[in-house]
Design a protein around this ligand. Structure first.
Ligand code: IPE
Ligand code: IPE
Ligand code: MG
Length: 252
């Protein structure tokens, strides 16, 4: 990514976060844990542990700089295809992180929410998910959406079923179905769409993340960094890069 400078009386001054409009909602596709571990001859699970530490650091930083919503992609509906051993180690990691998350995000006053079909997880994990949401619901800080067993297509199918049932029982007329109604039946109901999605590890794809919500999202794909190595400074760089973009939403 190129540094962004503003011209000031012929001298070049580097732009900082204080100079730009912050995105309200940032999504992170936390990718590259496996490659990070492989580079170090470590098992993939070590990459996921390192990625979880980075998650904690980056979430807190986003809250500190004034971001209102952060959505992190932690486990997709397709990630069940991975070897059993890897899925098991991820479930263990989720458990230990969710046990700590309740108090961990307390100081930052972060509201913890989960998006995805969490009914697929063990009872133990589902209880932790519920506890995190309950304990943090009245907090006033940033909203953190943790996408677990999340797939955007699955989310859209779920929304369609809810709406279809309402049509069937006569509560709504098919002509009343609107973009707004679909948005309101997604897991992210009531939240602004992501302004910016950041994907480290250089994959140029969406991988089933927030498809409906990212119709006009700005994407930053970073080739040079794997998620466990992602830093606070990179968050700043991405926001400054985002601020350079001319968002037209189809207008002029
Ligand atoms: C992202 O890292 C974490 C999850 C999908 C759970 P990966 O595990 O996909 O890492 P790479 O892409 O194999 O390097
Ligand atoms: C996307 O990463 C999902 C998460 C980061 C949780 P993947 O590693 O699963 O995506 P693909 O398979 O490279 O598209
Ligand atoms: Mg990956």
């Amino acid at each position: 990514m190129l540094p962004f400078f503003k011209n000031k009386e012929n001298s070049k001054t580097e732009i900082t976060l204080a100079d730009v409009k912050l995105p309200e909602h940032i999504g992170f596709i936390m990718d590259g844990n496996g490659r990070w571990a492989k580079k170090r001859n470590l098992p993939r699970s070590a990459g996921h542990s390192a990625g979880a530490k980075t998650f904690r650091k980056i979430v807190k930083y986003c809250d500190r700089i004034g971001i209102k919503y952060v959505t992190v992609y932690a486990f997709s509906t397709e990630n069940w295809k991975r070897p059993e051993e890897e899925v098991n180690s991820l479930m263990k990691l989720f458990k230990s992180y969710l046990e700590e998350a309740i108090s961990d995000f307390k100081d930052e006053d972060i509201v913890v929410r989960f998006i995805g079909d969490t009914t697929a997880f063990s009872k133990e994990l589902q209880d932790l998910i519920e506890e995190n949401e309950k304990e943090s619901a009245d907090r006033k800080g940033m909203v953190l959406n943790i996408a677990m067993n999340y797939g955007s297509r699955d989310e859209i199918v779920r929304a369609m079923k809810i709406i279809a049932r309402q049509v069937k029982d006569g509560t709504i007329n098919p002509d009343e179905i609107s973009e707004e109604m679909i948005s309101q039946n997604l897991y992210t109901a009531g939240q602004p769409d992501p302004d910016l999605v950041i994907r480290p590890s250089g994959e140029y794809r969406i991988s089933n993340f927030l498809l409906w919500q990212s119709a006009y999202t700005e994407y930053i794909i970073m080739d040079e960094v794997l998620w466990p190595d992602f830093t606070e400074k990179m968050v700043d760089e991405c926001i400054i890069e985002y601020a350079k973009r001319n968002r037209r939403f189809g207008g002029v």
